[in-house]
Design a binder for this molecule. Sequence first.
Ligand SMILES: Cc1cc2nc3c(=O)[nH]c(=O)nc-3n(C[C@H](O)[C@H](O)[C@H](O)COP(=O)(O)O)c2cc1C
Length: 185
Amino acid sequence: MKKISVIVGSLRKGSFNRKMAKALMALAPDSLSLEIIEIGKIPFYNQDLEDNPPQAWTEFREHLKEFDGVLFVTPEYNRSVPSVIKNAFDVGSRPYAKNMWEGKPAGIVSVSIGAIGGFGANHHLRQALVCLDMPTMQQPEAYIGNAESLFDENGELASASVKQFATKYMLAFAAWVELTAPYKK
Ligand SMILES: Cc1cc2nc3c(=O)[nH]c(=O)nc-3n(C[C@H](O)[C@H](O)[C@H](O)COP(=O)(O)O)c2cc1C
């Protein structure tokens, strides 16, 4: 069983990304154990604080240690990654030489109300994962658009075609984690 941390890039209560994250978790094969890790209360990265790091930084870094892989589910903000995810990257990657993300396989799903499904955020996120040294699944790519039409009144994924795609995505991600997890240090 591989432990996967799920990171959602929206803090909004009614977030479509959070709904999608929950749908992906529910559709995942049994070889994965998935848990959403909250990043909304992690203080902004400031190197001056490294001498006495905020408790939320330490907890987040310790938490990352326990996981075999990370699934990012993110909106696109101004054609890029929401700052809350970038902050989590920065906090988890320091102090120098203690990059907690290193070697953990990653998957990226972007969800947007727009038609191009957060393509810009998806690929900007990929760029940072190169530096963080996370082997990132290439296929299938997941750009989920028109998010407001995909969920029912209970927040459940109602679109049969997206559900089918999400199932396929999670199967591929489970295989990717098996393949690349030994890389974890
Ligand atoms: C600051 C801000 C910037 C946004 N920029 C984009 C964008 O560049 N591309 C896009 O497709 N949607 C953009 N949106 C719309 C989001 O896709 C939409 O708010 C979506 O519902 C956010 O995801 P969530 O439902 O998980 O919160 C933006 C929204 C905000 C608040």
